[in-house]
Ligand binder design. Structure first.
Ligand SMILES: [Zn+2]
Length: 416
């Protein structure tokens, strides 16, 4: 073995990220909706670089790019995504893909490193057509019928048409070969300000929060706004507004330390100021990584609805329309990130949950998964000003490569 293991080449990582930023540039960020020219060029860019990492490149029938290795020994899968939100930042997605590429370039050619890193770019993580379509396709959780029904939220076209126009229609979709990978590792910008404000360099993701969504409906009585006295009104809109306030007053006593809840679209029916709304509806979301907390809050929500129904002239119903179990990140993966951060980031790391969704939560359904975060300047993302200091990008790359080396070494040892 050589004395100093090969590390990430920081200049090469930054050059790659800038090359991807130059495709579909928008101000200091990028605009790369799924299956746009800029997105497809980015996929081609990656496919052209995978042979440098001793990987054979495939772009499959859902737009995933996969780099596979012929090297013996354990295989670790790593990656992220290359499309962006509309008019958004340059690092959300590409950072994780370039780190994975760098880990593969460093380790796959290193005779002292065990096994290989395989690289993936998952299509449509940003949800232009659906929910985690690329990674769900890979884990075998995406039916053809869902692709048939998927529509572009930016344009009047179906996903099938988009696949046809970029030349991917009819290609097979690659699914995970069971037992091939020891796990999946993904890096991402934090998209929050916790690391920056604490002076930390690496976030070790413990879990990716689950998202539960509800439709809460208020039924009163539609009537004339000028002639119906206040005492006899059944105003569904007013009941909704009071309910929102009641949630905010009640939930803090029952929630966990990082629970968040948000009211989304509110609709009043008919929604004209001369008519008392007879019906109102709100979309409501709760995120937490503890299902017990969610269960407690949901029970409270239903109890509050029953109370309003029995004590007022308005009927309230709560319907759960989405339940997303949280994804727990693998313990030994967290330990490996922490050990790498200890040697290459002066131990400036912290274990933390992810409040945003990532492909790692999908991969975690079939294999051990881990995630690491690097700081986001000002906590900004999904905006073209999103950024991370160059030095932090380089530190993140070094920790990522070292984490991959450790995970492969551990797997190689336990297999012998
Ligand atoms: Zn992302």
């Amino acid at each position: 073995m050589s004395d100093t293991p090969r590390r990430a080449d920081g200049a090469r990582v930054l050059a790659d990220l800038h090359a991807l930023r130059a495709i579909g540039t928008y101000k200091s960020g990028v605009h790369k909706p799924t299956f746009s020219d800029a997105h497809m060029q980015s996929l081609q860019w990656l496919a052209a670089r995978l042979p440098d990492a001793q990987l054979a490149a495939t772009i499959d029938g859902i737009g995933n790019v996969l780099g596979t290795s012929a090297k013996d020994g354990p295989k670790l899968l790593a990656g992220s995504h290359l499309e962006s939100q509309n008019y958004a930042g340059w690092l959300d997605g590409p950072l994780g893909v370039v780190y994975a590429l760098e880990a593969a370039r460093v380790l796959n050619a290193d005779p002292d490193a065990k096994g290989a890193v395989e690289v993936a770019s998952w299509c449509d993580e940003e949800g232009h057509f659906g929910s985690f379509l690329g990674s769900r396709s890979f884990v075998g959780d995406l039916a053809e019928a869902e692709i048939d029904g998927a529509r572009d939220r930016n344009a009047d076209r179906m996903m099938r048409q988009a696949l046809e126009s970029v030349g991917l229609a009819g290609r097979p979709r690659v699914t995970a070969e069971r037992g091939r990978h020891i796990g999946y590792l993904e890096a991402h910008i934090e998209q929050g300000e916790r690391l920056e404000t604490s002076g930390l360099k690496i976030g070790i993701v413990t879990s990716i929060v689950g998202i539960w969504q509800y439709r809460i409906t208020f039924t009163g009585e539609q009537n004339h706004a000028g002639t119906t006295r206040m005492e006899i009104r059944k105003d569904a809109g007013l009941a909704l507004a009071k309910f929102c306030v009641a949630i905010d007053e009640t939930f803090p006593e029952l929630c966990g330390p990082r629970t968040v809840w948000t009211t989304g679209r509110i609709t009043l029916d008919p929604g004209a100021p001369s008519i008392i709304p007879g019906r109102a509806e709100m979309l409501f979301q709760i995120r937490d990584d503890n299902p017990a907390v969610i269960a407690r809050l949901e029970e409270k929500l239903r109890g509050m609805a029953a109370e309003v129904t029995s004590q007022s002239r308005i009927a309230v119903s709560v319907e759960r329309i989405r339940s997303g179990a949280p994804a727990m990140m693998n313990g030994p993966f967290q330990d490996a990130i922490e050990a790498a951060a200890k040697s290459l980031a002066a131990g400036k790391s912290v274990r933390m949950p992810s409040g945003a969704g990532h492909d790692a939560q999908v991969l975690a359904t079939i294999m051990p998964a881990g995630m690491l975060f690097v700081p986001s300047i000002g906590g900004i993302s999904h905006h073209w000003t999103e950024n991370t200091a160059d030095a932090d990008i380089v530190t993140g790359a070094e920790v990522f490569v070292e984490t991959c080396r450790r995970l492969l070494r551990q797997a190689g040892t336990s297999a012998n």
